[in-house]
Design a protein around this ligand. Structure first.
Ligand code: NAP
Ligand code: GLV
Length: 315
């Protein structure tokens, strides 16, 4: 019987796919396991089902060498896993592509609307200062109807955001590594910024996308623009973003992911016209359940010597 480490509390009934195996839970408190705990556990299991708070680095993978066959991340992003080290150690890595696209696109669109219409500032004022009554000049946001949305990265989730944008009467410009052909593609990211009103980020967290939106690029945005990040915190320089918001060089921002989660940059925390959410892009009952099921399916496939459909093939 194979042993499968489940690093955190999970949801739904997807782990039933692993009923033939022994599930190992070391974590009744549902806290992120320490690096030392992951290394120790890795040495004694055939598979790991983990989440994005688990850093599965070269040391964790090396500790499992000889027995560990598969690591399945209950997330589509896999920047918490050293894919090159996994390949070197002969460990398959699985993720959860496809099952969370609509749910995450909904959240990106929620942030597009909430940031544009300044809903967090308005709600905060209502809750903390008391509502003094309707005023015609209060919390004047920007309409999304008729605006141009710039999508950075045009993969599974971005395409679902594009479908929602069409329903809101928005125009679309897309930047990605490869020209998808069927849309207004802008190969120059700086030029995309000059062509759009709202930027929504949908690239993976990689060394190439680190601070793709740094102080210089954020400086290219004008005071009417909105930046939304549901991709990875590392894609945006949070200090530079907070400064731009403070100085009124950007209309608003909507942020679901942070550079040093769970920490939120104190300047971003205090910045005006900013909607902040605690990494809930895929957080619906149905979608999180499907993510667990797909991760478990990947483990079941590898342990049964089948090739999983959700195996990560390149870093
Ligand atoms: P995907 O289908 O792989 O799409 C990624 C897109 O980014 C592709 O169009 C890819 O281009 C492009 N890209 C990659 N590197 C790039 C670069 N250096 N410059 C420009 N474009 C680049 O991924 P997805 O399923 O849509 O997910 C995207 C990301 O969203 C995930 O990796 C994850 O980090 C994040 N996410 C967050 C949440 C949340 O809870 N907030 C939920 C789900 C996902 P090519 O087609 O040329 O490769
Ligand atoms: C969540 O951030 C994911 O990558 O699935």
């Amino acid at each position: 019987m194979a042993r499968v480490l489940v690093t955190r509390r999970l949801v739904g009934d997807g782990l039933a796919l692993l009923d033939d195996h022994e599930l190992v839970y070391l974590n009744s408190e549902d806290r992120p396991l320490t690096h030392a705990e992951l290394c120790e556990a890795s040495a004694n299991v055939d598979a790991i089902v983990c989440v994005l708070t688990d850093r599965i680095d070269a040391e964790v993978l090396a500790a499992g060498q000889g027995r560990l066959k598969v690591v399945a991340n209950v997330a589509v992003g896999f920047d918490n896993i050293d894919i090159v080290a996994a390949q070197r150690c002969g460990v398959a890595v699985c993720n959860t592509p496809g099952v969370l696209d609509d749910t995450t696109a909904d959240l990106a669109f929620l942030l597009i609307l909430a940031a544009s219409r300044l809903s967090s500032d308005a709600e905060r004022t209502l809750r903390t200062d008391g509502w003094k009554g309707f005023r015609i000049d209060q919390f004047l946001g920007r309409d999304v109807n008729g605006m141009t949305l710039g999508l950075v990265g045009y993969g599974r989730i971005a395409r679902r955001v594009a479908a929602r944008a069409a329903g809101f009467g928005m125009k679309l410009v897309v930047h990605s590594r490869t020209d998808p052909g069927e849309v207004d593609f802008e190969p120059d990211l700086d030029r995309l910024i000059s062509r759009v009103d709202i930027v929504s980020l949908h690239v993976p967290g990689t060394p190439e996308t680190k601070h793709l939106f740094d102080a210089r690029r954020i400086g290219l945005m004008d005071r009417n623009m909105v930046l939304v990040n549901t991709a990875r915190g590392s894609v945006v320089d949070e200090e530079a973003l907070a400064r731009a918001l403070d100085e009124g060089r950007l209309h608003a921002a909507g942020i679901d992911v942070f550079e040093r989660e769970p920490a939120v940059h104190p300047r971003l925390f205090a910045a005006p016209r900013t909607v902040l959410l605690p990494h809930i892009g895929s957080a619906s009952h149905a979608t999180r359940g499907e993510m667990v099921r797909l991760a478990a399916q990947g483990v079941a496939d590898v342990l049964a010597r089948r090739t999983p459909s959700n195996r990560v093939t390149s870093a």
